[in-house]
Design a protein around this ligand. Structure first.
Ligand SMILES: *Cc1c(COP(=O)(O)O)cnc(C)c1O
Length: 220
């Protein structure tokens, strides 16, 4: 099936409150343009260099999401244009994003990545580190970032029960964190779910899914 048809099929099946990030990493601009022409305006990339090249070449009404692990020294290359950074997993990174956002006279939206998978290899904060960041004075004084939600990745497994357990865990953290926050600062976005598990993620409370291969086909 075509990229356009894949995209329209997925979009028509998503509940209205769920935002679709079309994950276009490794794919050529012609593929992204096919999705763009079918109406898609939010694209996710996992390498800053690649995202910047695509941003330069493509229409300027696209929202670019950084979904991969971010190295502090590369934040400056996306600070002028990135619209949401999903994988913020340290205080140091948050400080750098704030600094670069300030230089560009912007406020950059971020999601804090929480470690929910069994695998050690996946990045993310644990619940204590999350609370430490949100309650710290230094964070509250950062004027050029806005934390709008949480992101998580489940273990790479076929075991649906385990994936469900991990997504439910993240949703619980999301809800309890919101109870601790004030009414004028709430987490709104819960980014969880990819091609293989997004339906389950939505059942568990996801509001943003990151889908690549089901739209653009497999990656080499
Ligand atoms: C690649 C990637 C996705 C998309 O994965 P698919 O299985 O192709 O849908 C989602 N989230 C992150 C963080 C990724 O790196």
């Amino acid at each position: 099936m075509s990229i356009k048809q894949n995209l329209l099929n997925i979009k028509s099946a998503l509940p209205e409150h769920v935002t679709l990030v079309a994950v276009s990493k490794t794919k050529p601009i012609s593929d992204l343009m096919e999705a763009y022409d079918a109406g898609q305006r939010i694209f996710g990339e996992n390498k800053i260099q690649e995202m910047a090249e695509k941003w330069e070449a493509m229409p300027k009404d696209i929202e670019w999401h950084m979904i991969g692990h971010v190295q502090t020294n590369k934040v400056k290359f996306m600070a002028p244009f990135v619209s949401l950074i999903h994988g913020v997993d340290s205080f140091k990174l948050l400080e750098e994003i704030n600094k670069q956002a300030q230089k560009n006279n912007r406020i950059i939206d971020c999601l804090l990545q929480v470690h929910i998978a069994e695998e050690e290899t996946k990045y993310g904060l644990d619940e204590n580190e999350l609370n430490e960041i949100l309650s710290s004075v230094t964070f509250q004084e950062m004027k050029n970032i806005r934390i709008v939600g949480l992101m998580g990745m489940a273990t790479f497994t076929d075991n649906q029960e385990q994936i469900k357990k991990e997504f439910t865990h993240l949703k619980t953290i999301f809800d309890t964190t919101n109870q601790l926050l004030t009414s004028n600062f709430q987490l709104l976005t819960l980014s969880m779910g990819m091609s293989g598990d997004y339906k389950l993620a939505i059942e568990c409370g996801s509001t943003m899914v990151r889908i690549g291969s089901s739209i653009f086909g497999g990656r080499i």
